[in-house]
Design a binder for this molecule. Structure first.
Ligand code: NAP
Ligand code: GFB
Length: 313
């Protein structure tokens, strides 16, 4: 019997590596692309690369990604690079008749002024939070673009909406990284230099964090079992929502450095919360057990320390 081929864009990133880690459990041929294989902001390169591999399925992870502060300071790149690479990938997938394409949105692109918990139908019901509106509109355009291909050509291009993701192989940059990887790197350095462990903002904002390998398993479930056209939120439950302070303290505990924590309230908190409703997922895939945040942070800190020299920071 034929083995189907999955092409993963953004295969060298946080989620791409998580899919690589679980890939042996699923019987497919995989191609994991990084920007060295082809620059997806260039259509010709993208078409040639996709034509050469001729995949049955595409898991489209590639994006110009960053935490709150990268989003606030690099809005032009966030908009231009993401619009360019998303447009190129969908166009190439259509031209090459890819059977199913999974695209990634984010719970941070939902409207800022909204009722909670947020569900999949609220995506376009208002402006996103200003801190990352450039990225948010690029991602909302991706969702609109997928639906256009569904309506005009009946293409099976769908979107999933992950909440904040963390885990091994993240981008640990102190300035551009998301909160968990940035604080894992920061606490390591602060402890090494005997400095206070400085957490940006008040620590009050609330987030739902999903471990990258949980998202990888759910991505394969969406590929094989989710056959609807509408987006689906992939997140831990509302009850698993934690404060930034909680996460910072857990990270400090992993380094046995909790007594040195301090909060720099001159830095922006960003969105206070973006509580997502995962009931659509739970109704369809109800026995899924997510990795607990404390365990996930432990594993992420351990991976960072063991891969300090080679990791992205
Ligand atoms: P990541 O770790 O930053 O990895 C980004 C990937 O995209 C890398 O493999 C990178 O390749 C590739 N890439 C970037 N620009 C490219 C270009 N011009 N051409 C080709 N490849 C390019 O991202 P992630 O955290 O895994 O995120 C995966 C997806 O989930 C993204 O669509 C993101 O928007 C979404 N998401 C992420 C989060 C989160 O908290 N991380 C939350 C919600 C949604 P190189 O390694 O060569 O740079
Ligand atoms: O992961 P993060 O940057 O993204 O989290 P968002 C920001 C929250 O963590 C804010 C606090 O409340 C920050 O005050 N924080 C504390 C820190 N210390 C740090 C630090 O050293 N670095 C960072 N980054 N935060 C993002 C969106 O929003 O959500 C992106 O801007 C992306 O587009 C991501 O989609 C999933 O959750 O605030």
């Amino acid at each position: 019997n034929i083995i189907m081929k999955i092409l993963v864009t953004g295969g060298s990133g946080l989620v791409g590596n998580a899919i690589k880690t679980i890939s042996s459990k699923y019987n497919y041929d995989y191609i994991f692309l990084s920007s060295k294989d082809c620059d997806l902001t260039n259509y010709e390169d993208t078409y040639i690369c996709f034509q050469q591999h001729n995949p049955d399925y595409v898991i489209h992870l590639a994006a110009y990604v960053g935490g709150l502060y990268k989003n606030m300071n690099h809005k032009v790149d966030m908009l231009e690079k993401n619009v360019q690479l998303n447009l190129n990938v969908l166009k190439a997938c259509h031209e090459l008749k890819v059977k199913k394409v999974i695209c990634y949105l984010s719970t941070c692109i939902f409207p800022d002024k909204i009722t909670y918990p947020i569900n999949e139908n609220m995506l376009h019901n208002g402006a996103p939070h200003n801190s990352n509106n450039a990225y948010a509109y690029a991602k909302r355009l991706l969702e609109t673009h997928c639906r256009a291909y569904q309506e005009q050509y009946n293409d099976n291009f769908i979107c999933i909406i992950p909440t904040n993701i963390y885990g091994p192989n993240d981008n640990y940059s102190l300035t551009d990284g998301h909160v968990i990887p940035a604080l894992i790197n920061r606490c390591y350095l602060n402890k090494k230099n005997g400095e206070k462990f400085t957490v940006k903002g008040s620590g009050r904002p609330l987030r739902q964090f999903i471990y990258s390998e949980d998202l990888a398993v759910l991505t394969m479930w969406v590929l094989e079992k989710y056959n609807e056209k509408d987006p689906i939120i992939l997140s831990v439950s509302e009850k698993d929502e934690v404060s930034i302070e909680y996460v910072a303290r857990q990270i400090a505990k992993s380094y046995d450095y909790e007594n040195m924590i301090e909060f720099d309230t001159t830095s922006s908190d960003g969105q206070y919360k973006k509580t997502a409703d995962n009931s659509k997922l739970i109704n369809l895939y109800n026995e899924y057990k997510f990795i607990n945040i404390d365990e996930g942070i432990e594993k992420s800190v351990e991976w960072f320390i063991n891969n300090y020299e080679s990791c992205r920071k």
